[in-house]
Write a new protein. Structure first.
Length: 261
């Protein structure tokens, strides 16, 4: 799939918490071709600081030609983006990477943690559009109610029931998404789609392996180019050697990669 570089306008900025931001961008060509699990690389400003583009999962697309990204302010690049204003223009490259492979024959289980929830919203919307006979199971976790609640609302607008978990117990289960997953019986034909912290994804993978569920994971890692040229996002492969999270992934079958915790 070819990549598109667009000069895009920021049409909406939402501050969900003090450090969690959602931005809607007018990028019609990218929105038209993007698949759940793919990402974009965004250049911050017109100067060389910060020098490199930053990767962001695509959280939603719209028929109006918009894409949404969701991020937490953690460094110079995200701080810059968080201080942009509606009407500003930014350079966006995408869609990049390999997305989720939706299995129409299996029960879908979407499990997300923190900012890893972002690409699962796009996936949930696409699964809804395909009209699977069995509703997807959605399990989402975050640190607090304040961080998780706005994201739950997005899924509920798709008429998807969400099982919630928070680290502090302020919303849903007090604990881990894996605890909730173990209380649910999706049946033997389960395809689990996971994105979030590495330890969470590893735990879900191990449980899926035990239960003989299929499992796809979206690997989040630092990237410099987003197209497999810089070798900055290599991931150990179970078959030996390495794969690129940006071009071979970010979505992999969980069995394809080495889980070094």
């Amino acid at each position: 799939m070819s990549q598109i570089q667009e000069k895009t306008e920021i049409v909406r900025i939402e501050r969900l918490t003090d450090d969690v931001i959602r931005i809607t961008i007018d990028a019609p060509e990218i929105a038209m071709s993007a698949l759940p699990g793919q990402f974009v690389m965004i250049r911050m400003g017109n100067s060389s600081d910060p020098l490199l583009r930053r990767p962001f999962s695509i959280s939603q697309t719209s028929n109006a030609g918009h894409i949404q990204i969701l991020f937490k302010v953690v460094g110079r690049g995200t701080r810059y983006l968080a201080h942009c204003r509606e009407g500003e223009y930014i350079s966006v490259l995408g869609p990049l990477g390999q997305g989720f492979k939706i299995d129409m024959e299996k029960t879908s289980c979407l499990i997300g943690g923190g900012m890893g929830i972002a690409p699962l919203l796009f996936l949930g919307k696409r699964i809804r559009q395909k009209g699977l006979k069995v509703d997807p199971i959605v399990i989402l976790g975050a640190r607090t109610r304040a961080e998780l609640l706005p994201l739950l609302t997005d899924f509920e607008q798709l008429d998807l029931k969400v099982h919630a978990a928070t680290d502090d117990g302020s919303l849903g289960h007090h604990g881990l998404v894996t605890d909730v997953f173990k209380t649910i019986d999706p049946g033997p034909d389960c395809m689990t789609y996971v994105c979030g912290p590495k330890m969470m994804m590893a735990a879900v993978h191990l449980y899926c392996k035990k239960m003989e569920y299929s499992c796809q994971v979206s690997v989040e890692t630092a990237m410099a180019c987003g197209m497999g040229a810089c070798l900055g996002c290599i991931v150990p492969a179970a078959s030996g050697g390495y794969v690129h999270a940006c071009s071979d992934g970010p979505v992999f079958d969980a069995e394809e990669i080495v889980w070094e915790i």
